[in-house]
Design a protein around this ligand. Structure first.
Ligand code: FNR
Length: 376
């Protein structure tokens, strides 16, 4: 057996993981196109990747209709969506796996074609995503410049908290084992955290404490539904996805992580800066800080990290105490039996980026398990 640290048990909240290979949340845009409910194809995909006592984190899932920004992403705000997710969860549980749902609001990373009545997307402030090659996807799948979002009123921010709370409750009804709050990758909660996207002057803007307020209120709302030990949070300090980026991330993220640390959560989950934007392009930024190395001293609980890991680097990170578990994204897409391949040293099947988003079974449920014949 390879990688003794990666393949040792780990306690995450009430759950005893059999190994530390976690499936990262991965948007695949293959839900039902009208109800945005997961369907049997999605259940098959997750079940293929489930192993006994191992954690899968389901794809980012909008908590309300204004939180949508991509065609074919599943929601968790209607009965049909809850029922669809129940099919996914049951299939994962039938294989002995565990599954958390990632709760999402895209904020300004949207387009009016997704919004009720064709309204503008909402955000902390009316600041559009700009920059080289930064384009929005419309509901019809066209790429267009981003619109300037509408700043949320203070009482509307309370409605966002309530939508996350309701979504956490819906995830419980669907049978999930827990939820992860998506505070990463330039989406709504990160837009509130960071100074260039949050120009507010109310209690949700200004200093670091105010900018962190929404993420903390939402996390606490989820813990009231689930208990803190079944709630995780994902952050991407030093990330640059979707026009994000804080000039000086250390004070902001130190404050946020220390505040989250008080809550006794199931885990904290990082996207390593070197892989920021991996969803859009093959990136491997050099000479950037390591989130897990920088922030581990401020976090007493379970720490999961993701971003370009191999079996070797995952083993080394856990052995060094930088992380407790490693989430794998792209290579979990193309290797449904990834834990076994890593453990037994089998070759990996390369992924095909062209089939990451949208479509049917091709590039989704048709990647083979290792049969002793395939070569990487
Ligand atoms: C992602 N990523 C991502 N992150 C997240 O928090 N929620 C999501 O829904 C998605 N969706 C997504 C889709 C696709 C196709 C990719 C490639 C990536 C980021 C992902 O979880 C992970 O952090 C990165 O891919 C880096 O890990 P790997 O791929 O280097 O192992």
């Amino acid at each position: 057996m390879n990688f003794p640290h990666l393949f040792s048990p780990l306690q995450v909240g009430p759950y005893r993981l059999q190994h530390r290979v976690v499936m990262a949340p991965l948007t695949r845009m293959r839900a039902d196109r009208s109800s945005f409910a997961p369907r049997p194809l999605n259940a098959e995909y997750y079940a293929q990747r489930a192993t006994p006592g191992a954690l899968l984190i389901a794809e980012a899932t909008p908590v309300m209709v204004t939180g949508r920004g991509n065609p074919g992403t599943p929601g968790i705000y209607s009965e049909a969506q809850i029922a669809g997710w129940r099919g996914v969860v049951d299939a994962v549980h039938a294989k002995g796996g565990l599954i958390f749902l990632q709760l999402w609001h895209v904020g300004r990373v949207s387009h009016s074609s997704f919004q009720p009545g064709g309204a503008l997307p909402v955000a902390p402030s009316a600041v559009a995503i700009a920059g080289n090659g930064m384009l929005a996807m419309t509901a019809g799948g066209k790429m267009v410049p981003y619109e300037t979002p509408r700043a949320l009123e203070t009482d509307e921010v309370g409605q966002i908290v309530e939508a996350f709370r309701q979504a956490a409750d819906n995830a419980k009804q669907a049978g999930f084992d827990g939820v992860e709050i998506h505070g990463a990758n330039g989406y709504l909660l990160e837009q509130f955290l960071q100074s260039h996207t949050n120009l507010r002057t109310d209690k949700y803007g200004g200093g670091i404490e105010n900018r962190a307020r929404l993420l903390l209120e939402i996390t606490e709302a989820a813990t009231r539904v689930w208990g803190a030990d079944r709630v995780g949070v994902r952050l991407s300090p030093y990330g640059i996805a979707n026009g994000s980026g804080e000039d000086d991330p250390m004070p902001l993220y130190t404050h946020v992580i220390k505040a989250l640390d008080q809550l006794g959560l199931a885990y904290l989950h990082f996207i390593e800066p070197r892989s920021s934007g991996a969803g859009r392009a093959e990136v491997n930024w050099q000479n950037v800080p390591s989130a897990m190395v920088l922030f581990r001293p401020h976090w007493r609980g379970v720490l999961i990290s993701a971003g370009g890991f191999t079996g070797e680097t995952a083993e080394a990170a856990i052995a060094a105490g930088h992380a407790d578990a490693i989430a794998f994204g792209r290579i979990f897409i193309s290797n449904p039996d990834l834990p076994r391949r890593l453990r037994d040293g089998f070759p990996l099947t390369p992924y095909n980026r062209a089939t990451f988003y949208g479509g049917e079974a091709a590039g989704y449920t048709d990647y083979p398990v290792y049969d002793g014949m395939a070569t990487a």
